[in-house]
Design a protein around this ligand. Structure first.
Ligand SMILES: Cc1cc2nc3c(=O)[nH]c(=O)nc-3n(C[C@H](O)[C@H](O)[C@H](O)COP(=O)(O)O)c2cc1C
Length: 211
């Protein structure tokens, strides 16, 4: 796959709003490797995000080594399994939407196959008064997700690793002053992009007042 890709051109033709409207979470990924230049391209898109005072607090750590991905996946799965039973019951409860059930199934699939995702992209950033500034990273995280959509990579945003963040950060060589906030499993999608299910805009948009 790598040989066929023109990294400079790939994704440049996707209209912005169409990309935004079809950037659904993709949790079913092929194990085929992703060229480093393409990982660089989607992370570079992340760096065009706004940040307070343009401090650009982000660090991207792309884990591609198989053993290191297995290390992360094993811990992710352990945490996920500890919470999965109640979550699965909730998703299967009568009256629950098929959409909720689909998300749960995709989450279960991701937890079981995380080690196969060729890129575990960890996004970390500076702390402020000792606390992680996760919100400062979210514009960059969303940019990476959108860039993945544009270049045809599948990706999703996960935070399960926060349950073992300190251990993960040590493993990745992240200093305490730059803790991780998100883990994006990235790879070539096994399923097509689709327009995700959302509440109609007219239910959430108000002018002047919200009542
Ligand atoms: C703050 C935040 C944390 C999330 N954590 C996880 C997670 O740990 N695991 C996961 O599979 N998805 C996680 N997601 C992704 C959501 O489940 C996803 O955005 C939602 O299901 C909508 O998906 P869609 O765009 O495909 O409709 C998270 C999203 C956000 C904004």
């Amino acid at each position: 796959m790598a040989g066929e890709i023109d990294i400079e051109m790939i994704g440049e033709d996707v209209p912005l709003l169409e990309g935004i409207r079809t950037a659904c979470a993709i949790r079913r990924l092929r194990p085929d490797p992703v060229p480093r230049a393409l990982i660089r391209k989607v992370c570079e898109a992340g760096t065009f995000a706004p940040s307070g005072g343009n401090r650009q607090p982000w660090i991207f750590v792309a884990v591609t080594d198989q053993e290191r991905r297995a290390w992360i996946a094993e811990r992710y799965r352990r945490v996920f399994d500890a919470y999965i039973a109640p979550a699965r019951q909730a998703a299967e409860a009568p009256g629950h939407s098929p959409e909720k059930r689909k998300i749960m199934e995709a989450g279960i699939h991701l937890a079981a196959h995380l080690h196969e995702a060729p890129v575990h992209l960890v996004i970390a950033g500076w702390t402020r008064r000792g606390a992680p500034q996760t919100q400062a990273l979210f514009p960059a995280i969303q940019n990476v997700l959108l860039a993945c959509r544009a270049v045809g990579l599948g990706a999703s945003l996960t935070t399960v690793h926060l349950a073992f963040r300190e251990e993960l950060d040590r493993y990745l060589g992240l200093p305490e002053t730059q803790p991780s906030s998100a883990l994006l499993p990235i790879g070539w999608p096994r399923v097509p992009y689709r327009r995700p299910v959302r509440r109609p805009i007219d239910e959430c948009l108000f002018f002047e007042r919200a009542d």
